[in-house]
Design a protein around this ligand. Structure first.
Ligand code: ATP
Ligand code: MG
Length: 244
């Protein structure tokens, strides 16, 4: 089988109910190896809930999840969680130095110190935060903290990277620069990624494939050109809203 066709994560008949209310109901969903897929949709439509379920941080009420074609059973959850990384809108950093923050996840995963230091060094350079290595994380600006947060996830070289609106709190120039850098980086490393956002103007920077979520359902799954038309190349706010 073509390696690129391997489904790293797959979901069938996935449903989440909370307080007797259906949060989402997804017939089928998959993320292939090396693919960067955007999941977009308005506020409150269930994107974060779906991301948390796929990242094995939330149990579904119904349905089956697969990791590389194998059904995910309860006994595998902790092991598989360690192969994934999640970045949220708010950087949740430990009250220590930037470098210690970046090394923490590698240590938990049993990576030897020498390799961990080399990986941390490489990824800090890649996202231009090496000069911050010895700084206390609590003194960072919002933009710097989010770069550290992204490096903390990327350094793990996870089988799946989940990004939940990591650029939402950044000012426009900061966001723009970081989006461009992340776009290049994800393409270059072929990092399998699910990128969640309600701001669909962010997606052309990162991905070509888009799933549109609306009221707990995936209503479209296509290329950005199919969803937005040629205007997508303009990368600006004049894009048409892709949901009803
Ligand atoms: N623990 C919970 N209990 C009850 N309802 C919840 C819970 N978590 C989320 N919800 C509801 O589920 C719906 C989907 O929420 P979710 O956070 O997944 O949406 P979202 O698409 O990520 O929105 P946003 O773009 O604002 O981040 C919302 O109506 C929310 O109120
Ligand atoms: Mg959300």
């Amino acid at each position: 089988m073509d390696n690129n066709q391997v489904k790293v994560i797959e979901a069938k008949d996935l449903r989440l109910v909370k307080n007797k209310q259906e949060i989402f109901s997804i017939e089928s969903f998959s993320l292939k190896k090396g693919e960067v897929l955007s999941l977009i949709g308005p506020n409150g439509t269930g994107k974060t809930s779906l991301l948390l379920t796929l990242a094995l941080l939330q149990s579904p009420s119904q349905g089956t999840l697969y990791f590389k074609d194998r059904k995910i059973t309860k006994d595998k959850i902790i092991f598989l969680r360690r192969q994934m990384a999640v970045v949220f809108q708010e950087p949740l950093l430990f009250d220590t130095t930037v470098e210690q923050n970046i090394l923490a996840g590698l240590k938990i995963r049993g990576i030897a110190k020498k390799e961990a230091l080399e990986r941390a060094d490489w990824w800090m350079s890649r996202l231009v935060i090496k000069h911050l290595a010895a700084r206390p994380a609590r003194h960072l600006s919002g933009g710097e903290a989010q770069r550290v947060n992204l490096v903390r996830a990327l350094v793990l070289e996870p089988k799946v990277l989940f990004l939940d609106e990591p650029f939402a709190a950044l000012d426009y120039p900061t966001k723009n620069t970081l989006l461009k850098e992340m776009g290049l980086l994800l393409r270059e490393t072929r990092q399998t990624t699910l990128f969640v956002t309600h701001d669909y103007t962010e997606i052309p920077f990162l991905t070509e494939k888009v799933a549109v979520m609306y009221q707990g359902k995936i209503i479209k799954n296509a290329s950005i050109k199919e969803i937005f038309g040629p205007e997508i190349l303009a990368r600006n706010k004049s894009l048409k809203v892709p949901w009803p």
